[in-house]
Ligand binder design. Sequence first.
Ligand code: ZN
Length: 429
Amino acid sequence: MLAPLLLLSIALQGSSPPVAFVDVNVIPMNRDGVLEHQTLIVRGDRIAEMGLAAQLRPPGDATTIDGRGRYLMPGMTEMHGHLPNPTAGAELTENVLFLYVANGVTTVRGMLGNLAHLELKARIARGELLGPRLWVAGPALSGNAAPTPEAGRRLVEEQQAAGFDHLKIQEGLSRETYDTIVATAKRLGMRFAGHVPDAVGLYHVLESGQASIEHLDNYVETVGGVDSADDARIARVVAATCAAHAWTVPTLALWETFLGTDDSAALAARAELRYVPQAWRASWAEQLAQMRKTTPPNDQRLATLALRRRILKALQTAGCPVALGTDSPQLYSAPGFSILREMRSLTAAGLSPQQILDEATRQPARYFGAEQEFGTVAPGKRADLVLLDASPLADLTNIERRAGVMVNGRWLPEADIRARLERIAAAYQ
Ligand SMILES: [Zn+2]
């Protein structure tokens, strides 16, 4: 029975009536600022038309959404997400995918892959499962997984053949193995991204064409650490990063959790933790307690955090590409909600709302070479949209004042989002 039902639901989706956002303020992100009094018509999973509300009438069969006084922006991208293992069960996986969408995250770059994630990606793309569009990395290429150059070459070939979108570089690779992985990836046209293995070093990773560097990995060490960092060293590493067109995914909020002064009671009090399983919360408390036993005293941790902000600010000022990512579900970071926390961290680091929104929308689309597909609001683009009751450009915390989310052309009013979030919270109580 399942197959015919699935086919029916796909057929219905294909012929579903258009959706019109009527008289809304559009934050297009392909230029700064706001386009006022726009009407936008969505057909299937695409933005079909957009124009002045006075001129563009919604078709008679359209479902209309009142946009007056509201703001419509592109769906956001989580550039460093970790999807659940298939062993965690379908319910947890579906809940995690929903937490992303509920927060306006409509694309996720999965950074630790598993063959099951390719199936998830395909089911979401076909509209069988509600979730963000996925770009999936293969299993991590670490020193353990690839102890020799030959093992590295074989893993890259296997992951490319399996259909993974990109490769995840992890710690522990020798320089020789890293170079073999890079050569194989280039031969097969696969992008590689992730960490900076200590034996390889930041400058060699940049020369090798690694697409992104996560967590500002190895930057603090490369500029000499807290005691020896100076403007000249920072300028050198920033220039090399820009010249390599390497993307930075700073995961600043995660570093604030690692290095900040909040204890586990303060972190556990985060309101969004109601939406994740009790077992996650317990393991985070355990991990943090272990980490804090061996981490340096507060003043040193805060100095390291300040240095990270200084390096990030220098990368941004120089115009090196930066995109938002959180490493969720790392310590106390609930999927989707963690993007909102990263935005607060970047605001505190001195970025403007326009810059931060850019790094959450248009920049990730550029990273994927998919600017024609998503990341901005314009005809022809994917109908991945967030409707807000107030302007996030005036105050970025307005990103939490949602009226609804559209993903893959499917409209979710805020009341429905809230209702499902409550069901998830009740299940994890
Ligand atoms: Zn990660």
